[in-house]
Design a protein around this ligand. Structure first.
Ligand code: GMT
Length: 375
């Protein structure tokens, strides 16, 4: 099969899922063409049967901003015609689904048959899509795609409820390579971050308001008052300077390490004792799954799709959004009880291996492609 994949090439979870799916499909014999404005952050080339096509959106004085949606549609149609693509699989609805539908229509005019599969990841529905400026076109993109998937039951339900779409949306959860993400896989660099053997508490995100970075800092402030620990912040984004300010104001700046954006998360996570994910609502929470695969319990919020990944009281603890006291108390419970931590660590790893292995989910995506191509 010949598949075009479009995603945001940044460090976000949707780009990670798209990249790992494409790489796995190519390893299984499919030909994969990534089409994006930059090389996806986790894509390492050269690689057999994997191609990358850069989209450049030229500017012109009359344009408010370079029309990326149109440049992307043009590149998709061009690659589809030359590489004889069977389908385009786009990750994140806006603007990717719209560009793909345009490319499909352009191809139809010249005899190129192309199907469009759209995967909804989260904020494309819960924040961007629900903005009244974008809601009708997001709904249109969902309705006009040949197949639509969502990464959790929660996200599918929100989409059906808020957008009033009646078409089928298949839930295909995120996945993790449990050979790559495993306990004991920490690099010497990551191990050295935990000076004097103090437990490392990790947060990984794009530092956007939905991640509630102030809560991460508030939880850690409470933890370090009771037990020595270090906070490791991985990623970057608009709220990073807020985090730096809060660490300074709280007087625990010397216990906080900002790593910035890191591609090899699997070399960092296994050195952690806990992952903090107190987001407003994660549609899935890929970082939580990656932590579980590494045997790291998760402290997060009982909202969105996170409870579909982390079972409260088994792989970590989930508390209401904003309950920083409850999350700090739950973290301390795990930090102070090694037996409990061991049980949570083993159960999280076991669930990641059993429920979310790459091979099984990639096979489900491929089966969906075949069904879609069969009409
Ligand atoms: O978390 C983000 O804001 C980034 C976003 C993305 O585009 O990568 O993440 C979303 O997709 C991930 C992969 O499916 C999910 O694991 C994240 O939960 C989801 N983020 C939100 O719903 C906030």
């Amino acid at each position: 099969m010949k598949i075009g994949i479009t995603c945001y090439p940044t460090f976000g979870g949707s780009g990670v899922v798209a990249t790992e799916l494409g790489v796995a499909l190519a390893a299984g014999g499919d030909e994969v063409h990534f089409i994006a404005y930059a090389m996806p952050s986790r894509l390492e080339l050269p690689r057999e049967r994997v191609h990358f096509h850069e989209v450049v959106a030229p500017s012109y004085p009359l344009f408010v901003s370079p029309p990326y949606t149109l440049a992307l549609a043009t590149k998709m149609a061009e690659v589809a015609a030359h590489a004889k693509l069977d389908l385009l699989h786009v990750h994140y609805a806006l603007p990717h689904a719209i560009s793909a539908i345009l490319a499909r229509e352009m191809g139809n005019g010249s005899g190129v048959k192309l199907k469009v599969v759209t995967t909804l990841h989260g904020t494309d529905i819960t924040i961007v899509g629900m903005d009244r400026s974008y809601l009708p076109i997001t709904r249109w993109g969902i309705e006009k795609s040949d197949a639509v998937t969502a990464v959790s039951d929660y996200l599918r339900d929100v989409t059906v409820r808020e957008f009033g779409v009646r078409r089928s949306i298949e839930v295909l959860p995120n996945f993790v390579d449990t050979q790559q993400y495993r306990p004991g896989g920490a690099s010497a660099f990551a191990k050295a971050l935990s000076r004097d053997g103090e437990p490392l508490i990790v947060h990984i995100s794009n530092f956007r308001p939905v991640k509630r970075i102030a809560d991460v800092l508030a939880i850690f402030e409470r933890i370090q008052k009771k037990t020595p620990a270090r906070l490791l912040l991985v990623g970057d984004g608009p709220d990073r300077s807020l985090a730096e300010r809060l660490a300074r104001q709280g007087g625990f700046e010397d216990r906080t390490i900002f790593l910035g954006s890191v591609a090899a998360i699997e070399s960092i996570l296994p050195a952690a004792r806990l992952l903090l994910l107190p987001s407003d609502a994660e549609s899935f929470g890929l970082a939580a799954l990656e932590a579980m695969a590494c045997g790291v319990p998760v402290i997060g919020t009982a909202k969105g799709g996170l409870p579909e990944v982390v079972e409260d009281g088994r792989h970590g603890f989930l508390r209401p959004v904003g309950d920083v006291d409850g999350m700090a108390a739950a973290a301390l419970k795990l930090l102070q009880d090694p037996g409990l931590w061991d049980r949570f660590s083993a159960a999280g790893r076991e669930r990641a291996v059993r429920e979310f292995p790459t091979a099984a989910l990639v096979a489900r995506y491929r089966a969906l492609y075949e069904k879609t191509l069969a009409g």
